[in-house]
Each structure stands twice: as C-alpha cells, then as structure tokens.
Design a protein around this ligand. Structure first.
Ligand code: KG4
Ligand code: ZN
Length: 345
C-alpha cells in the first residue's frame, strides 16, 4: 500500500511517501521544507505567515515527494494528513491539499493526530537512518517533547493512550526558544542553546527544577525561564561565557526534570518500553542521560531517529500505517482542521 503523508501543522511543510507490504514498511521519499528563515525575523512562529508560506511551498514539496518516490498521484492508495493539534490556518493548507487529491483521484483520506505521528516515529521503517527494526513492546511510556507539547503518555496499544502528565504552562521546546531569545540567540532556540551549553558550566547557576519533587506527573517551565531572566539581569556585561554557563545550567535543569518525571511514571505504571519523541528529543544531553538511566534500570529505550525528531510527514504516514487507519477514513467533504485535538479525546 502506498501512503502519501502531508504535515503542515506549524512551520514545516513536509510531504513523504511510504510503502507498506508484508515484508515491512519502507520510506520512498521524505521531503521537508523548513520556514525557520522566515520566522527568525519575528523570533517565533506567526500563524498567518506560516500558512501563507505553506501555500507557496506545498505544491513543489508534493511534486518533489512524488518524483523522488517515482510515483504519480494515481498510484497513491491512502493520503494521511495532519488534522491537529496545531495552528489552524497552517493545518488547513495541508488538509485542503489532501482533500483536492482525494476528490480528484478518489483516494481514501486519513486524518492523523500530530502527537500520534511523533509516537509512530519510533516504529520500524526501512531507509530512514537509525530507525528501529522492532516494534516497541507495549504498554510503552512516551515522553513527547516539542515546541508545542510536553506530555507523558502511556501507549497501551497503537491508537489507545492514557495521558499521565502534561505541562501546565510552557512546553519544553518553548522554554528553550524563550530562553534563547533572552540570550539573544536566534529562533529556534533548542539547537543553539544546546551548542552554547557544550562550552558552559552546568553548575554555574543553581536554577530551579520546577515540580521535580511534586507527586504529579505534570511539568512547569515558565518559572525556570523567569529564573534565567533574573540571573541575566544581575549581570551588566553579558559575555559569551556567561551565556554559555546559563545555557548549560538551564539545559541541565530541563533535562533533569524531564527524566525524573519519566522515571517516576515508569515506577508507577511499569511500561515495557520507554519512547522519546518530538523536536526536543534531538537534544544530545536528554538523549544520552535518558539512555544511561534506562540502561541502569534495564528499560528498553526507543529514541526517535534523528531524521524524524522534528516535524515531518514520514511519521504521519507511519501513524496511518501502524494505526490501521482504514476504519478512520474521512470523506474529503467532511475533513477539517482540529487545532485543539487532544490525543486521548
Ligand atoms: O516537534 P517540533 O519540530 O515542532 C513542534 O511540534 O513543536 O519541535 C520543535 C521544537 C523547538 O522548540 C526547538 O527549539 C526544539 O524543538 N528543539 C530542540 C533541539 N532541537 C529542536 N530543543 C532542545 N535541544 C535541541 N537540540
Ligand atoms: Zn511536532
């Protein structure tokens, strides 16, 4: 079965093609156009600007994905498109493109939850470097960390989830982006903070670890951002070394909180595997610390393959393939954006 995936929920225009057969699931194309250059000017994503740029890039991205996969629109058996959550005007560009294709060639349409897409990124797929070759043992505990989400989710089976904890204010990626802005580093802040942190002293600042001792599995990162602002304000001359020390101490605090909460959830729910997915899962410190903690506790860990950490359409195809979305197909007339769609609703 040939599945075309479309993802436009935020600032990435992405189209992918996968082929699922009895022999496995294979990536045929993975095209991704990032709008970072545009949003850098504003220091964050502006929804209307994102939508306008998606309308310009979606057709060339689609054409490139079909060409790379050596197929035409007529060869597509199913279209998987991100239906939510995300920015409403941005989601609509991908959905409208999917609707037109569906109507024109009578292709079944599957609306995919973006978070479910991130979770699917650790399922097996051939031709994606460092992808897993085995399906994670279930139930699994997923830490979903991105610019818009920080959630601990118990994956009982594909399509059946229990939300264990979520952020009460900023998402982890959002905290990275906001702290980067305070340090006058460009958007998106995650990769830049991480680079700075490598040359900084993570003990230089004793930033709070919000809610780390709290029994709840929820997160809160807004206070940490404020603590960084106060630390900066105390210094009139903000040298590069100071910024590197702040970046290292901040990153350490975020990683500690994410990992402590994940291990607490593990002790409470005894999952058979741990999954780390979403844009922030690209963070080296988070990956290496979680890897060593899971190894110590003999917990099988599935890290998102680097190519699938940030928003992409291959994970949307995979959610359709592994989630067996045949029962969830929509008619093109009824498909619309669900900006606030929660995975467990
Ligand atoms: O999943 P994603 O591409 O988009 C959303 O669904 O939000 O995640 C983007 C987020 C941004 O906030 C970005 O700063 C963060 O992921 N990010 C990182 C790193 N790479 C990207 N955060 C920390 N460390 C990184 N290396
Ligand atoms: Zn995402």
């Amino acid at each position: 079965m040939i599945i075309l995936g479309i993802e436009t929920s935020c600032d990435d225009t992405a189209v992918s093609v996968i082929n699922t057969t009895k022999r496995g699931t294979r990536s045929l194309s993975h095209i991704h156009y990032s709008q970072i250059k545009t949003h850098k000017k504003y220091g964050g994503v502006v929804p209307e600007v994102a939508a306008r740029e998606h309308t310009v890039t979606i057709i060339p991205t689609l054409t490139a994905a079909l060409d790379k996969a050596r197929i035409t629109e007529k060869n597509i058996d199913c279209i998987a498109v991100t239906q939510g959550p995300g920015l409403s005007p941005a989601l609509s560009v991908g959905i409208d493109t999917a609707r037109i294709l569906s109507q024109r060639h009578t292709i079944p349409l599957a609306g995919i939850n973006h978070i479910e897409g991130h979770i699917a990124s650790v399922w097996p797929i051939q031709e994606i470097p460092h992808a897993h070759t085995r399906v994670p043992q279930l139930p699994a505990l997923a830490l979903v960390v991105s610019g818009g989400h920080t959630e601990l989710i118990l994956v009982k089976k594909f399509g059946s989830y229990m939300l264990l904890g979520k952020t009460r204010d900023d998402a982890a990626g959002e905290a990275f982006d906001k702290v980067a802005a305070l340090l006058e580093l460009p958007y998106p802040g995650g990769p830049k903070i991480s680079m700075y942190a490598r040359r900084g002293d993570d003990n230089a600042f004793d930033f709070p670890r919000p809610m780390i001792r709290n029994e709840s599995l929820d997160f809160s990162f807004a206070g940490l951002k404020t603590a960084v602002r106060y630390a900066l304000e105390k210094h009139q001359r903000q040298s590069k070394q100071l910024k590197q020390n702040i970046a290292a101490s901040f990153e350490q605090a975020v990683v500690e909180v994410l990992i402590e909460k994940t291990l607490r959830a593990e002790q409470r729910y005894h999952p058979k595997s741990i999954l780390l997915v979403g844009g922030v899962s690209a963070n080296r410190l988070l990956r290496s610390t979680l890897r060593s903690r899971c190894k110590k506790n003999h917990l099988p860990l599935y890290l998102a393959p680097p190519k699938l950490t940030q928003d992409n359409a291959t994970m949307i195809c995979m959610a359709a393939a592994y989630g067996n979305k045949k029962g969830a197909l929509s008619a093109w007339k009824r498909m619309h954006a669900e900006p606030g769609w929660h995975i467990t609703s």
